[in-house]
Write a protein that binds this ligand. Structure first.
Ligand code: ADP
Ligand code: MG
Length: 605
């Protein structure tokens, strides 16, 4: 064994840096957090060659006092906490006093700053040198605030440099970090440049509309169009933000932003609560997208769990989990067809109203010159551009007439009115701005399921005796199970009795399922119950069981529905929670606006 010696400062910091500075993006994260902690309202980020050559973050925050500049670069030096009490009530993003020391041990770092309180007119620059990272101070021109320049990352730790990916990949990670932070502070302006090209310029926002625009810029417009906003309060908790509609699910969990008191985190408890909330509505294996903000007292959450601070520990994790689950569950249940019809539809309708007969389609006037204008106007649904908006008004009138026939004196309902049934599977309907196609079985299944859930909750599931009790041959295990769980099954509206070693008789079923194939339904329920085993587990899987039952009680393909039956189904969908997806998370309806249909036919191009 060698004798013990003290590591030089740089080496000690390089070891510590292993945890904090993994790649260029982690440097950007730390620098941005420092600027935000300094109260900056404007952040300019400049990156060259994926950050490996240069990363510069300039802010307009409070700056650093000349005498503190050198200290800021040393380890365990922070202005953010002073004692244990502070550690338990952290309101800043940083607090460990490690980031700058770590970064400058593995790069060429310079920090320029001018403090808010500075007496002199210029600023000061600090850079470190040598193994012991001795800091050199020099005067420099600088406005109030701080700039940190990090050059040649990992120049002195070649082993770590080898782990870096291509410039493109490293920059993509930086971009992701900037996006995450940009979503955490709507009141701050961000610019990001890569190799002198502007990638983002996000102005500070004040209104809700501007906030939504920022989310759309960062997450893509499709997310914003396909999400609902959430804002709920619980005991000492608030959750707000946007969650995607179940039909806007993704194959990867890549569009998920969750903030706790402004700090982005990845947390198992949070992921689990969100997953639970989507369980009933998301297609198997798909991931929801969300941008969510949880606010709670700083003392109710411990952020000192991970060196890079992306994990937290909640003091009352059960409470947080249940609050998240119930808030999101509720938000998703409340999604109605009207929320889903894209903003585009509204825009289109207002177009028609505003331009009074001269809509955006007018350019398409000569595109089908073999037909005369008069011919077009006569065919009310296939007009050409010039007469399109006139006809649209006509369509509106027709729809309004149908609406009053249906006794709805007000507006055309979101899912419109049925026109026809297609191949015994789909309902075609028109609403005020386009075509709605409904998967009749999927939609009915969800409606039946939601009704059964509600009835079961309120213990008012109505039963209906079978005219002739149905005897079914089953295995001995199934018969045993049916006998043992007789009471539990009764709670689900199925009254049955074991009549032999391998036979049962069904006497009553839920009346909502009267049109189902009773034998198949009971067999499926029994096989589920057998799988769950105990009464407890059956109760815990109540929803799955009801879903199995609902599937059998729903209109099958190839059953002819009359127009009034179809309309009744559409109205039921509008009134039913979660009706946008079937019990397995597939969409129950899709929408094609006239605009989209026009595109298909290259109209107005
Ligand atoms: P921490 O953020 O955990 O305190 P850092 O090593 O990141 O540790 O920063 C050390 C200290 O340097 C901070 O506590 C802060 O006082 C100061 N500092 C760093 N960056 C800035 C900045 N952009 N503006 C003002 N002060 C800063
Ligand atoms: Mg910091």
């Amino acid at each position: 064994m060698n004798r013990i010696n003290r590591l030089n400062q740089r080496l000690a910091n390089q070891i510590a840096a292993g945890e904090v500075v993994e790649r260029p993006a982690s440097v950007i994260k730390e620098l941005l957090e420092n600027s935000l902690d300094a109260g900056a309202s404007r952040l300019d980020i400049d990156v060259e060659q994926g950050g490996v050559k240069l990363m510069r973050v300039k802010d307009n925050g409070v700056g650093i006092h000349k005498d503190d500049l050198a200290l800021a670069l040393s380890r365990h030096a922070t202005s953010k906490i002073a004692d244990l009490e502070d550690l338990e009530n952290i309101a800043s993003l940083g607090f460990r006093g490690e980031a700058l020391a770590s970064i400058c041990s593995v790069s060429r770092l310079a920090m320029l700053s001018r403090a808010e309180t500075a007496e002199e007119s210029g600023g000061w620059k600090v850079a470190t040198e040598g193994q012991d990272m001795e800091a050199k101070l020099a005067p420099v021109a600088h406005l109030q605030g701080t700039s940190v320049e990090v050059r040649d990352l990992f120049f002195n730790t070649p082993a770590r440099k080898k782990f870096l990916k291509t410039e493109k990949t490293e920059f993509a990670r930086i971009d992701e970090v900037v996006k995450r932070i940009a979503l955490s502070r709507f009141d701050v302006q961000f610019t990001l440049q890569h190799n002198q090209r502007t990638i983002h310029k996000l102005l500070a926002t004040t209104s809700e509309q501007e906030r939504q625009r920022r989310v759309a810029l960062v997450c893509g417009p499709a997310f914003m169009e396909n999400s609902v906003s959430v804002d709920m309060e619980g005991p000492g908790l608030r959750l707000w933000g946007w969650v995607s509609l179940p039909t806007f699910s993704r194959s990867q969990a890549d569009l998920q932003y969750f903030y706790v008191n402004g700090r982005i985190i990845r947390d198992k408890l949070v992921t689990h609560a969100v997953k639970q909330a989507y369980r009933d509505v998301l297609f198997h294996g798909r991931h929801p997208a969300y941008v969510l903000y949880l606010e709670l007292a700083p003392s109710a959450v411990d952020v000192n769990v991970h060196p890079a601070k992306h994990e937290v520990r909640f003091r009352d994790s059960r409470l947080v989990h249940d609050f998240l689950f119930s808030a999101l569950h509720k938000a998703l249940a409340e999604v109605s067809p009207a929320d889903r019809l894209p903003a585009q539809q509204a825009a289109m309708l207002s177009d028609v109203a505003a331009e009074d007969g001269q809509s955006v389609y007018s350019q398409g006037q000569n595109s089908q010159s073999s037909l005369t204008l008069a011919e077009f106007s006569r065919a009310s649904y296939s007009s050409n551009g010039a007469s399109r908006s006139f006809d649209r008004n006509q369509v509106q009138q027709q729809l309004a007439a149908i609406a009053s026939l249906h006794g709805d004196n007000t507006e055309v309902p979101p899912l419109g009115y049925a026109i026809a049934q297609l191949h015994g599977i789909y309902i075609l309907a028109q609403n005020s701005a386009g075509l709605i196609i409904v998967d009749m079985h999927a939609a009915h299944e969800r409606i039946t399921y939601e009704r059964m859930k509600l009835a079961c909750q309120n213990e008012e599931l109505k039963m209906q005796p079978l005219l002739v009790p149905l005897s079914i041959a089953v295995s001995q295990a199934e018969a045993d199970c049916a006998e043992a769980q007789q009471q539990v099954l009764l709670g689900f509206g199925i009254e049955l009795e074991r009549v032999a070693e391998e036979a049962i008789v069904v006497r009553q079923i839920p009346s909502i399922l009267r049109d189902s194939n009773v034998e198949q339904m009971v067999r499926d329920v029994l096989s589920d119950v057998l799988e769950y085993g105990s009464s407890d587990r059956i109760q815990a899987h109540q929803d799955e069981l009801l879903s199995t039952m609902a599937c059998h009680g729903s209109v099958r393909a190839n059953r002819h529905l009359t127009i009034p039956e179809m309309n009744a189904l559409l109205r039921d969908m509008e009134a039913t929670e979660r009706s946008g997806q079937c019990n397995h998370g597939r969409p129950t309806w899709v929408y094609q606006s006239l605009l989209e249909l026009d595109k298909l036919f290259l109209r107005g191009q």
